[in-house]
Write a protein that binds this ligand. Sequence first.
Ligand code: PNW
Length: 491
Amino acid sequence: ITTSLAKDLWSFPPNLKFGAASASYQVEGGWKDDGKGENIWDKYVHDHSGLIKGGVTGDIAADSYHRWRDDVKVAAKMKLQFYRFSINWPRILPTGFTNKINQAGVDYYSDLIDGLLAEGIEPIVTMYHWELPVAIQDLGGWANPLIVEWFGDFARVIFKIYAERVRTWLTFNEPVAFCDYGYNSGMYAPGVQEQIYGPYLCNKHVLLAHAKAYRIFHKEFRPRYTGKISLANNVLWIEPLDLSYSSLAELGRQHQTGRYSHPIFSKEGGWPPSIEKLMEEYSLKQGFKESRLPKFTRHEIEFIKGTADFYGLNYYTTNMIRPAIPGDKPGIWFLNGSPELNATLLKPKGAYYGHDDLLPVKPEGLRKELNWLKEQYGDIDFFITENGYSTTAYNLADYERVKYMRDHLEQMLLSIKEDKVSVVGYAAWSLVDNFEWLGGYSTKFGLYEIDYEHPNRTRTARASAHYYRCVIEKRSLDVPKSCYVKNYTHN
Ligand code: PNW
């Protein structure tokens, strides 16, 4: 296969949109302003400051709740075609339910949307980037089947207010992260450690809630406003450490990605057959009377199947897989608590690293992943909803991030031009520095730097912001030398 592109193929297709992404808890701050309710990350971070690097909180973060105009300004400066942000559920519904709508929260997103549209930037809304109202968590959160109805109610409220102006929607960001890490290893909020049913109940209910929102949108709103809706899956590309582990690698992919994709995107619907079988056999062996992976009814399979207008994927990294060896550290977090696979994930060789050593950089994984997804689910539109690189200290001269973006954009172009994959969007993670979950503020993903010492949380362009603007303006990987700023300080 071709691994580098002839220069005459360096242009991006006209229908591909460029933008940047963020998430509400990571940037907004204003955690209890103007009637907002508490979400599980507010609570988790306040209760377990020892788990967050530097003991910091998202109480202020980039202060986007007050400084969203600055976000719009920098998005416009980079000539972004869209900005993907998320809605903080209890900012709109402080109790979690529709008995009370917080007008200040409604106005916040409304102003942000209008601000973006005034600059010709399309708002793309993630409806859930992990900010569950605490009241709903107290009732079991994603383990409680009633959440399907409650999420549907929330969805209807926000469609009603924003669907006239928002044409691209993502129900969920990375269910694998909040189900498998939130309920299993418990390293993410809500910090539940229940490896038996937690992640799998969450998995099933998230799929049903997604389908519910999709159907509400298509039935009640799309006819009037048009628009598209899907979800953003995190896809960790898994490679066999040795060719003899190919089928294990495939099982790993079905476990990580298939469980959140097959029910929606495959022709037959339901769980990936290989995972259904594995979970059943392993559960019986463990002494359970049936599979820990909850069954779907016929009706549920049909309800979930086909409920996406494109495939949204967040790509960061690649891991290698091999069978577990006694004494293996269960440390590598991606498969924590998946003993049924009896496998270990390892970092790939030849990768380079940003600040976050959990995310080895392997640009080729993006192309392989896109090809795998097309093979699995057909020739649909793919939208890269996140891709990004972390740096450590205050540093505007982020040439490694420029390299990261260039390398991934090249792989994306190879998929488009060589493999004929339809890629319709690319979102850089992230617009500005933000609260990087357990990494606090030490891990920086922004194209714009945030000055956390300054009360205004001043936003300053990094070298990567200049590079990205060039790419967007030229719509080509072939950008003038001047786009790779040298000896960058700030201008
Ligand atoms: C994403 N992996 O999480 C999240 O969507 C963002 O909120 C976050 O800030 C960003 O990545 C950077 O960490 C990830 O398994 C979760 O490779 C898991 C993986 C990658 C990213």
